[in-house]
Design a protein around this ligand. Structure first.
Ligand code: DUC
Ligand code: ZN
Ligand code: ZN
Length: 470
């Protein structure tokens, strides 16, 4: 067979194997894995490089309205561009239902936002903020059938959070329809109470974002979410886990026999609450929820990755400009931490940070790296085996990694819309030097080689965590 492209002399890495092989690509798919493939229109020399499935970041916020004049720093163009620079070929973003809005209406708006803009493949999770009988009884089941097979619910944020009975009703619908629910676990009432107390005490600086959202507020909500899922007998994903106590709740639920996926993020390995405690509002750059904790929590999150408590390592990319009236330093945010928009950029830095700090420092092996950054995302969100692996028949979404390339992370190389990175100046070892999407090179030597619009929208199957008869 004559191939469109062959990748030669690289070391192929999947979630389970590492082997030297050439990769033959035809019509956007991987069609051959063998030695000495030569007959091709294009030959990419991967000598000394790892040939890995493109990263899948299943937790990314793009172009979400935040109210109050706050504007997210990335739309689908800049956000997926930055994703590609960081070695990702697929991102799963959120489609946020407004109160009173139908899910179909919300989807129409988000599809319009993404249309023609994406540099990598995308799919949407549905955020349920208004679980009316109509939404749960009719819309959601139809949408799950149509390939929108995951949703997120919030236990915090006035206006977004669901009450426990609403969460139960949503989980029950997920069980009946075969959808997978992601849960943001923080106790809203406790947080609001603590914010009130801080206000009485005149505590308004960014560092108090962390003290009003303590570990116990996350642990309690995690336990409650797991209990609610147990009550209606449905799998869930606990997203953005920041500390040991929430992580232990996941372990215990699994020991009880529950099917649970766990996710952690770079900020919980790399940052601490001390980063919020800086002069000149610098701490606002690190305001995200749950907040970064302490060194002990970082170690716990590493342990969770090493031991498989966490299936997913996602960015929770949720970018705002720092020095901007529509960003972190909006007028109200300068005076009170509760008005600093929650979230940090990270879609481009997720993979290099884990490769450098995890693989190169011997904390996880390279197959685990592939599992928690790509394969498990594909499996849990219904994209496997089309995505998330190097195998015959899979999409040729392939990242070539140079393990020896040293890069200093600076905002200008990341190509996102934010005006900062929380990791400015940090050196990483290992970099995705070449990225193919559907067999086509979209990034070479840190630069985009294609215009936007190459990415497709992905309709998805059911999660691997969902029973087949659901
Ligand atoms: N939750 C997220 O998942 N992302 C950003 C903010 C938040 O609270
Ligand atoms: Zn969240
Ligand atoms: Zn998020």
């Amino acid at each position: 067979m004559r191939f469109d492209t062959v990748i030669r002399h690289g070391t192929v890495v999947t979630a389970s194997d590492t082997f030297v092989s050439d990769v033959g690509i035809k019509d956007g798919r991987i069609v051959a894995l063998a030695a000495e493939l030569t007959d091709a229109d294009e030959v990419i020399d991967a000598t000394g490089l790892f040939v890995m499935p493109g990263g899948i970041d299943s937790h990314v916020h793009l172009d979400q309205p935040s109210g109050d004049g706050i504007v997210m720093a990335d739309d689908f163009d800049s956000g997926t561009r930055s994703a590609a620079i960081g070695g990702n070929s697929t991102v799963l973003a959120f489609c946020m239902q407004e109160k009173g809005q139908s899910l179909r209406e919300a989807l129409k708006i988000y599809h319009a936002k993404a249309e023609g803009k994406c540099h990598v493949d995308v799919a949407f999770h549905l955020v349920i903020t208004d679980p009316t009988p109509e939404v749960l009884g009719q819309e959601l089941p139809a949408l799950v059938e149509d390939g929108y097979t995951s949703l997120k619910v919030f236990m915090t944020y006035e206006g977004l959070r669901l009450r426990d009975d609403e969460i139960l009703a949503t989980l029950d619908t997920a069980r009946r329809t075969g959808a997978l629910v992601m849960v943001h676990c923080e106790n809203e009432d406790a947080i609001r109470y603590l914010i009130g107390r801080h206000e009485e005490e005149g505590k308004f600086a960014p560092k108090f974002h962390a003290t009003t959202r303590p570990v116990a507020a996350e642990r309690e909500a995690t336990h409650r979410a797991l209990s609610l899922a147990e009550i209606v007998d449905v799998p869930i994903v606990i997203v953005h886990v920041s500390n040991r106590e929430a992580m232990e709740e996941i372990r215990r639920a699994r020991q009880r026999g529950q099917k649970i996926a766990g996710e952690t993020c770079p900020q919980y390995l790399m940052l601490t609450a001390d980063d919020l405690d800086q002069t000149e509002m610098e701490g606002a750059k690190y305001v995200c929820s749950p907040p970064p904790r302490d060194k002990t929590s970082q170690e716990a999150c590493w342990e969770g990755l090493e031991q498989g408590v966490f299936d997913l390592f996602s960015s929770d990319h949720c970018p705002f400009r720092f020095d901007a009236p529509e960003g972190k330093l909006n007028e109200k945010g300068k005076r009170h931490f509760r008005w600093i928009p929650n979230g940090i950029p990270g879609v481009a830095t997720r993979l290099p940070i884990l490769f450098s700090e995890g693989v190169m420092k011997g904390r996880i092996d390279i197959n685990q790296f592939v599992a928690v950054t790509s394969t498990n995302h594909a499996k849990l969100y219904g994209l496997y085996p089309r995505k998330g692996t190097i195998a015959i028949g899979a999409d040729a979404d392939i990242a070539l990694w140079d393990p020896d390339k040293r890069v200093t992370l600076t905002n200008d190389i990341l190509q996102h819309g934010a005006d900062y990175t929380p990791y400015e100046g940090q050196e990483v070892r290992g970099w995705p030097v070449h990225l193919l999407l559907g067999g086509e090179t979209i990034v070479k030597d840190g630069l985009l080689t294609q215009q936007k619009g190459r990415g497709s929208y992905l309709l998805r199957n059911r999660s691997s965590l969902v029973p087949r008869d659901a």
